[in-house]
Design a protein around this ligand. Structure first.
Ligand code: GLN
Length: 385
């Protein structure tokens, strides 16, 4: 059979598969993390205007000047961080492509990359495609905290990088100042890079967003990845970016160019408009998600799930041990078919799948109507399970 060996070492995305199963059973889709409500009107208008204004050919491969300047201004405004739009920014097709390009541009076979688990499922295949070796360190339950000793033990002379995702998918943790300091201390001690995933930076209910690149001495060893998908509810636009020192930006741009040439030009033009929104927009976004979180927290508590309330991002990773003896995959399929609510099985966020056997992830980036419909259905779990 014609298929490269490297592809046999990872599976299809379970998150995307659950969306397909949800559609088949007409279940409420709380599986994949994409909003089912519209994105902001001014951005839609800006995209239409860009298309009508004939911005329909390739942008500069590493991103249109407007968008790169808007990104660098955002970092100055929000985080007091200086970013050179000409030499340090690469606009990519989503944060997903940024992560994959960064891995391929910076990792060599045999390099170890530390990944905290549970983890967003792309990081594993990203490492494999780059030939790097992921080394997994679990967050401690029940509150998904970092165990300093366990983390320390994962660092050694083969370690090249650590993936730092905060706010965290799927646990909802927002890493504390102390946790960030511990990670940076270990990076400095072992000459390790931080590759961050900050896609949920503006969706927070507690705590500050800590940008690793602003930590002392970390700017020169951090790749900052984020994007517009979650902040502007436009996951289908595929706009992400990687910020890195010039010496790392050069290879990242090469990989990105040969993989995709570039992100959609008219949408880049519109994205620059969104990044210039004032603080009201961003504050409102977080408050709005807080209200959505409340609906799901109540519903899951009443239904008998146990979980820690997320501090950021828009997921709840819930334990269903008290409701069912099934494993996570069977339980998630049963929920989709019999209850009509789709979730993501917990094991898909773990390298050691057993650790996720009693967990499912719910996404609450959904209309209030959708969440209430899910709540009504979830009220039946205990009785039917
Ligand atoms: N990040 C979102 C999630 O975790 C969407 C993933 C995707 O399908 N690209 O569900």
């Amino acid at each position: 059979m014609l298929a490269a060996r490297r592809t046999s070492t990872f599976t299809e995305s379970v998150i995307r598969e659950m969306t397909r199963i949800a559609q088949m059973h007409e279940a409420v889709n709380l599986a994949q993390g994409f909003p089912d409500f519209p994105m902001p009107e001014p951005l839609k208008d800006a995209a239409c205007a860009a298309i009508q204004g004939n911005i329909n050919q390739y942008a500069v491969t590493w991103g249109s000047a407007n968008l790169r300047i808007a990104i660098s201004e955002k970092y100055r405004r929000w985080y007091n961080m200086e970013v050179d739009p000409d030499r340090e920014v690469t606009v990519t097709c989503g944060a997903t492509e940024a992560m994959a390009s960064v891995f391929m541009a910076l990792m060599d076979p045999g390099d170890e990359v530390i990944v905290l688990e549970p983890f967003y499922e792309n990081y594993g295949p990203d490492a494999i495609l780059a030939g790097a070796t992921p080394v997994f360190v679990p967050f401690e339950r029940p509150n998904w905290t970092l165990d300093a000793d366990r983390l320390r033990k994962a660092f050694n002379k083969r370690t090249k990088a650590i993936v730092v995702n905060t706010p965290h998918n799927p646990t909802g943790r927002v890493l504390t100042r102390a946790e960030m300091s511990l990670i940076s201390e270990l990076c400095l001690k072992y000459d390790v890079w931080a590759i961050t995933d900050e896609i949920y930076e503006h969706i927070r209910y507690a705590g500050e967003h800590h940008v690793m690149a602003t930590w002392p001495e970390m700017r020169e060893r951090t790749i900052t990845i984020s994007g517009l998908s979650k902040t502007f509810s436009c996951t289908g636009w595929r706009l992400g970016y990687a910020i890195a020192p010039p010496a790392q930006t050069a290879p990242i741009r090469k990989v990105h160019d040969f993989l995709t040439v570039g992100a959609p030009a008219p949408l880049q033009a519109a994205g620059a408009v969104g990044l210039a929104f004032d603080a009201d927009y961003f504050n409102h976004l977080a408050l709005d998600y807080r209200a959505r979180r409340h609906v799901l927290v109540e519903a899951l508590t009443e239904a008998g799930f146990t979980f820690s309330v997320p501090e950021g991002a828009y997921y709840i990773l819930a334990d269903f041990s008290e409701l069912s003896d099934l494993d996570d995959v069977t339980f998630a399929k049963w929920m989709t078919q019999e209850i009509g609510v789709a979730t993501v099985p917990g094991s898909s966020f773990y390298h050691d799948r057993e650790l996720g056997r009693k967990l499912v992830r719910f996404a609450f980036c959904k209309k209030f109507d959708t969440l209430r419909r899910a709540a009504d259905r979830l009220a039946e779990v205990r009785q039917k399970a």
